[in-house]
Design a protein around this ligand. Structure first.
Ligand code: AMP
Length: 173
């Protein structure tokens, strides 16, 4: 089965008009999970990645697997108020209003080469903010990977100066 066939569309979640790309059906499938992890890992091999940063919450799953496969450490990037120690935060705009994400300020060491991972690229605002967090702490963003890219939303424009990879693309809704 194609990896794309393992993604479930859930209309009107979390609100009306949004077609939610549900990756839990892919995660349930042992072969699908392994193939997705292997493909993402192939993008990042031989790049001397020292840390993988995953974005809450679906970015934690394959991000954690990738970190282990690449012999790198794992950094959680989380919604406000979730990380227990000292954090820095970065805001980004949504359709209505703003949101922010946080990282522990001691998560990056000098010379760290970071792979940023999330499940899905939509408008790119979340990932742009995540890049800013890593760079504020002195890390180098070596690659950004997603399981899914909604190419019709042009999220790549916001992160065009980076090596951006995705496994599954959707050109329309
Ligand atoms: P964006 O900042 O617009 O690129 O949004 C990306 C974030 O929102 C990711 O963490 C995704 O998990 C989530 N997201 C946005 N749109 C969808 C969608 N249609 N289905 C599932 N997750 C989505």
């Amino acid at each position: 089965m194609e990896l794309k066939d393992l993604i479930r569309d859930v209309p009107d979640f979390p609100k009306e008009g949004i077609i939610f790309k549900d990756i839990t059906t892919l995660l349930l499938d042992p072969d699908g999970l392994k193939r997705a992890a292997d493909e993402l890992c192939n993008f990042a091999k031989n790049k001397n990645i020292t840390k993988v940063a995953g974005i809450e919450s679906r970015g934690f799953i394959l991000g954690g697997i990738l970190a282990e496969k690449l012999n790198a450490g794992f950094i959680p990037i989380r919604k406000p108020g979730k990380l227990p120690s000292k954090t820095i935060s970065e805001s980004y705009s949504l359709e209505y209003g703003t949101d922010s994400i946080e990282i522990h300020e001691d998560a990056i060491k000098p010379g760290d080469r970071v792979l940023l991972h999330d499940d899905l690229l939509a408008t790119g605002g979340t990932m742009e903010a995540a890049c800013n967090l890593i760079e504020k702490l002195g890390g180098k963003v070596v690659q950004i990977s997603f399981l899914i890219e909604l190419t019709f939303l042009n999220g790549r424009k916001k992160i065009e100066n980076y090596d951006v990879r995705s496994i599954i693309q959707y050109g329309s809704e």
